[in-house]
Write a protein that binds this ligand. Structure first.
Ligand code: GTP
Ligand code: MG
Length: 192
């Protein structure tokens, strides 16, 4: 996949507005602030294409990007504590409806912060992906914030807690680019 010409396609506030898939799709799910938008920018090699913010809840719509005939879908994050119930309900509806759609779900990248044990919502998200038999990989994010030794410790602990096979977990950093080539390989394998 040539990521050089990645571009924004469209943004949707409701799953019912999203047109049917026209090509393979890779979507990004995870807690608010875990680094979904950042990892997409790193894949694309473009700093500002996907909006990033240190304030959780930056992405509130389903945003489609395209690179070389593959769609990349940035989804709003879950688990932002200071969000109102109405906002949390809207999230659940949007994500639930999105994965209910009849789409080309080639790969879901489920992001989990490598520094912490997976939250209840991370567990729910991954259980949902497993039950729905959606193809997914777990990207552990922000690895640059830990030493290599700590990374390996957390990798082992999280692998056990999530009950996901080792080959489906990738240690990543959008700062250093760690794991990005591996993620690209998984995306290629799922889309081509
Ligand atoms: P929402 O849109 O709110 O759901 O968040 P998001 O998952 O898209 O997170 P986003 O990419 O906006 O990143 C949140 C914050 O984490 C920003 O301040 C990023 O700069 C930072 N961040 C993301 N990835 C990394 C990483 O790999 N390393 C470090 N050190 N910081 C990161
Ligand atoms: Mg975002």
């Amino acid at each position: 996949i040539n990521y050089q010409r990645a571009h924004f396609v469209a943004s949707y506030g409701k799953a019912s507005q999203i047109p049917p898939s026209t090509c393979p799709e890779v979507s990004f799910v995870g807690r608010s602030n875990v680094g979904k938008s950042s990892i997409m920018n790193k894949l694309f090699g473009r700093k500002g294409l996907v909006k990033v913010s240190s304030t959780p809840g930056k992405t509130s719509n389903v945003n489609f990007f395209e690179a070389d005939g593959v769609h990349f879908v940035d989804l709003p994050g879950y688990g932002f504590a200071r969000r109102s119930k109405a906002e949390r309900d809207r999230w659940a509806q949007l994500i639930g409806d999105f994965f209910d759609l009849e789409r080309s779900f080639n790969l879901v990248v489920s992001l989990v912060d490598i520094r912490h044990d997976p939250s209840a919502l991370d567990h729910q998200m991954i259980a949902f992906l497993q039950e729905s038999e959606l193809p997914f990989v777990v990207a552990l994010t922000k690895a640059d914030k830990l030493s290599r030794g700590k990374q390996n410790q957390q990798l082992a602990a999280i692998k056990q807690q999530l009950n996901v096979p080792a080959e489906d977990i990738i240690v990543t950093s959008s700062e250093t680019g760690q794991g990005i080539d591996e993620l690209k390989r998984r995306i290629e394998a799922a889309c081509l």
